[in-house]
Design a protein around this ligand. Structure first.
Ligand SMILES: [Zn+2]
Length: 160
């Protein structure tokens, strides 16, 4: 049932979009033990254990791989961007702070006051990062690959 859902959802996304941008989630890191160590015990162990379970289900990994091969078949583009601070960065002014997101769903920039649904703000950051990664790659190609792209975008992968 889960595979069927993942296929239907990925097929629908690929059918309606030629370009899809995702966070390059480090699944192994996300599934690290929530218990931590004796010196450094984990927080929210119960919640993280639930997250671990779902991550270990590999649903996300499968979903992303389905997106990737279906986009390839269609000739679309998948861009994976570095997920660092995408949910804490203000899309309006660029200020990065944990305090920008005190609640799960609400983003409110402590510097400029911009507010939005937290997922929308994060999605806009992801899209912006993809655009920058693509520009950096293009600049790199123009230079004949003699120089590495800007470090900030090294962690982004463009899968064509
Ligand atoms: Zn701001």
């Amino acid at each position: 049932i889960r595979n069927n859902f993942l296929h239907q959802a990925s097929t629908l996304m690929v059918k309606n979009h030629d370009l899809i941008v995702i966070e390059d989630l480090k699944i192994k890191n996300m599934s690290k033990s929530a218990k931590g160590t004796i010196e450094n015990p984990g927080k929210n162990v119960k919640a993280k254990a639930g997250l671990n379970r779902s991550v270990l289900n590999e649903a996300w990994r499968k979903f992303f791989s389905y997106l990737e091969y279906k986009l390839k078949l269609k000739g679309g583009i998948l861009i994976k961007v570095d997920p660092k601070h995408t949910s804490q960065t203000c899309i309006q002014c660029g200020h990065i702070s944990k305090d920008n997101r005190k609640e799960q769903e609400i983003f409110k920039c402590v510097k400029c006051g911009y507010d939005a649904h937290a997922d929308v703000n994060a999605a806009q950051n992801i899209l912006k990062r993809a655009g920058l990664a693509r520009m950096a790659r293009q600049a790199n190609l123009n230079r004949g690959r003699q120089q590495e792209p800007a470090e900030a975008y090294n962690n982004s992968t463009i899968v064509v």
